[in-house]
Ligand binder design. Structure first.
Ligand code: ZN
Length: 250
């Protein structure tokens, strides 16, 4: 059992009423309490998307969200099975990554998530996975080239590789911010580790994680038969612009 697993079952120490009540101390009023409560539900539900989309094995991977209008984030507890994740088992932390309520212990990646929120003000959600194909690219330390329209749409270019960083502190967060700042991609492959994605909302970050894995798989399969040519830069720009501004229901 890894050292950051503190509870064999989420019911232990989760105390929903106690957790929410104490979290409210760090917020400023009933509206913030509602925002914390809603964000707990959103983050818990989105974790099930990671399972549904085959992005995680056992307890690996995590999602966090900034609590709108506060200096708080909500994140997955450490080492708890996906089937046991509920709104009550989510963990509320401040933007320094410190737990502010009587919740379970937060994900071992919490300090890095907090670093990202502090340094990327437009980010409302962060996702981390070791999804299979994307992590295979990360293991090779190779960016995923932009060779298909779906990548131009979602990522606006290649999916970049960030440096290797140790787990547990904010070093991973630094690597994510350093790689994604000034880059259109909401996804980064951390060398020899896995994927981090960001989004304006946690759902956007989950979508980027799903699309990243899909692209990683497709481009890998295409590459098996030889070199694949990247799309021209002007085509990538046009596709990205159209997808970001015109695609879908407006
Ligand atoms: Zn990881």
């Amino acid at each position: 059992m890894s050292p950051d697993v503190t509870s064999p079952h989420p019911a232990v120490g989760a105390g929903s009423a106690a957790g929410l009540g104490t979290a409210a101390i760090a917020s400023s009023g009933p509206a913030d309490d509602d925002a914390v409560r809603l964000t707990r539900h959103v983050v818990a539900d989105l974790h099930h998307e990671l399972v549904r989309n085959g992005l995680v094995a056992w307890t690996s991977g995590n999602i966090s969200a900034r609590v709108p209008g506060t200096d708080l984030l909500v994140i997955k507890p450490s080492g708890v099975a996906y089937d046991d994740l509920t709104a009550e088992t989510m963990v509320v932390c401040d933007l320094a990554g410190a737990k502010v309520s009587d919740d379970l212990s937060p994900s071992s990646d919490t300090a890095s998530h907090a670093y990202i929120y502090r340094h990327m003000p437009g980010v409302g959600g962060v996702v981390h996975t070791h999804s299979r194909y994307a992590t295979a690219w990360a293991a090779r330390g190779e960016p995923i080239p932009c060779v298909i329209t779906a990548m131009a749409d979602e990522f606006g270019g290649e999916i970049p590789v960030g440096p290797f960083a140790p787990i547990g502190g904010e070093e991973i967060g630094r690597a994510v911010v350093a790689t994604l700042t000034g880059h259109r991609s909401p996804a980064v492959l951390l060398r020899s580790h896995g994927v981090f994605t960001v989004g304006a909302t946690p759902r956007d970050a989950v979508k980027a994680a799903v699309m990243c894995e899909d692209a990683a798989c497709t481009v890998h399969l295409a590459s098996l038969a030889g070199q694949v040519a990247p799309l021209p830069a002007d085509q990538i720009d046009a596709l990205h612009r159209r997808y970001q501004n015109e695609y879908g229901q407006r």
